[in-house]
Design a protein around this ligand. Structure first.
Ligand code: NAD
Length: 475
């Protein structure tokens, strides 16, 4: 069984129970990690609490340098890490390299922004007083992450927490904890003080133990909305800060004047990247009547060109899904849609964890596939009778992460960008899109507490202190 990383050392867990890590590619157990107990979690949180002062006494430049050291490790071990991601998560190897590249490249953004986290000098009401603000850490931070991006999702929160002097206890997803060992190894070799980064592995019980620990002052959670809402309730009892990035049911709206081929290409990428297991995957296509038929034909044609297979093989576009549990939901959504009158135009068959990318037409809002997060390679198409109706359907969702609109009209593009209730709206680009310096996060049940990405992430992980100095000594 693997160890935990606590207080600058690799240690055996108190817990004797372990979790087997099963590769979705082969179905074989590839390793076993500890199911960290309450006492393991408590040890990690106290190490983080002890490290607070030393971390705060480092300059922002010194903390930014640590990100550089960690990134150097990622660069040196990129091939190993990319292969690890594919082995435990199942995404095609080229997508795992996109993930490693993103983390390596964005490290500089975090480092640059961390040394420019300015406060304000505030004009005082009095002549002999000096008033200013500064950004300060919240304190020990729990980073809890999902399985679909084992490096990128925790990476941004861990970079931000360390750069802003919040010591970290990281709990990766139970399905994909092995990439997290590379993150811990990178910090172990860096000049970060002992205790400022800790790794505990385990499932939701370990996560709940961490969230329930009163010394945790900041929780950076990425995962499902249901779990995020549970965490927010527990955190509210002691007013711990939560940065929550959660689920989605994101739409792409295609209008009659769109470039159909470009829209179809963007939809197929958006629905099928990482076998559709992405928070901002294209989960709904809303087409106006004039473009509907041509668009569906183009989506079907491009979906049928996707190569499903062993994610380590070159030329493969879609690998296995992570687990039977996640796959079952996508299968159920298709069955429910068909029962309620939808037409599966292509795909939907399964072979083990492999799921043939599917396109479903004649979808209505009563179907689960148009209202619940599917999290699989499924493209449901809904028809709207007008532009206004398309925008209304897009907004009729409890989620609001990232949306897109395809149109040739500048007026419609601006109007849709204003009216769609989501953390991001992209025009003539897939909604499953990241821009390094744009903030990433959700409206409604997709997120709260701030944004991911460079300076936005750093700001979300710090609080404002006001300082006033009466240097005249008088009234
Ligand atoms: P999940 O919510 O089941 O688990 C996420 C993490 O929370 C895991 O590490 C899990 O062990 C832990 N956890 C579970 N119960 C807990 C509890 N009670 N207290 C504390 N921690 C607990 O999600 P998942 O299945 O791993 O990931 C898929 C979900 O993540 C999807 O809904 C997807 O949309 C979302 N996601 C969102 C983003 C984003 O940036 N918005 C990014 C990736 C994934």
């Amino acid at each position: 069984m693997r160890q935990l990383y606590i207080d600058g050392e690799w240690v055996d867990a108190d817990a004797t129970e372990g979790i087997d890590v099963v590769s979705p590619v082969t179905g074989e157990t590839i390793d076993t990690v500890p199911q960290a107990s309450d006492s393991d979690v408590a040890a990690a949180v106290s190490a983080a609490t002890r490290a607070q002062r030393e971390l705060e006494e480092m300059t922002a430049y010194e903390r930014a340098d640590v990100l550089g050291e960690v990134t150097e490790y990622f660069e040196e071990h990129e091939d190993e890490i990319a292969r690890q991601i594919t082995e435990e998560e199942g995404k095609p190897l080229h997508e795992s390299y996109e993930e490693t590249e993103y983390v390596i490249e964005s490290s500089d953004d975090y480092a640059h922004d961390a040394i420019r986290l300015f406060g304000d000098v505030v004009p005082s009401e009095h002549r002999d007083r000096f008033a200013y603000t500064q950004r300060e850490p919240y304190g020990p931070c729990a980073v809890i992450s999902p399985w679909n991006f084992p490096l990128e999702v925790p990476g941004g929160s861990i970079y931000s927490a360390v750069a802003t002097a919040n010591p970290v206890v990281f709990k990766p997803a139970e399905e994909t904890p092995l990439t997290a060992y590379h993150i811990a190894e990178a910090f172990d070799r860096s000049s970060l003080p002992d205790g400022a980064f800790n790794l505990v592995t385990g499932d939701g019980e370990t996560g709940a133990s961490l969230v329930g620990n009163r010394d945790i002052r900041l929780i950076a959670f990425t995962g499902s909305s249901a779990v995020g809402q549970e965490i927010a309730k527990v955190a509210a009892e002691r007013n711990a800060q939560c940065l929550l990035e959660m689920g989605g049911k994101d739409p792409i709206v295609v209008l009659d004047d769109a470039d159909v081929d470009h829209a179809a290409e963007s939809i197929v990428v958006g629905s099928n990247w990482n076998a559709g297991q992405v928070c901002c995957a294209t989960e709904r296509v809303i087409a106006t009547e004039g473009v509907h038929d041509e668009l569906v034909d183009a989506i079907v044609e491009k979906t049928e060109e996707l190569v499903l297979g062993d994610p380590f093989e070159e030329g493969v576009d879609v690998g296995p899904m992570i687990s039977q549990r996640i796959q079952r939901k996508a299968v159920n959504h298709l069955e429910d849609a068909v029962d309620k009158g939808a037409t599966v135009k292509t795909g939907g068959g399964t072979d083990g964890l492999y799921f043939e990318p599917a396109v479903v037409d004649d979808v209505t809002e009563e179907m689960d596939v148009s209202s619940e997060e599917t999290f699989g390679p499924v493209t449901p198409v809904i028809t709207a009778s007008s532009y206004d109706e398309a925008i209304e359907i897009a907004n009729r969702s409890p989620y609001g992460l990232q949306a897109a609109v395809f149109t040739d009209s500048l007026e419609r593009a601006h109007d849709a960008a204003n009216r769609i209730k989501a953390g991001g709206v992209f025009v003539n680009e897939t909604n499953n899109y990241w821009e390094r310096l744009l903030p990433f996060g959700g409206y409604k049940e997709s997120g709260s507490g701030g944004r991911y990405g460079s300076k936005w992430h750093l700001e979300s992980m710090t609080q404002t202190k006001s300082v006033m100095m009466n240097y005249g000594g008088g009234e």
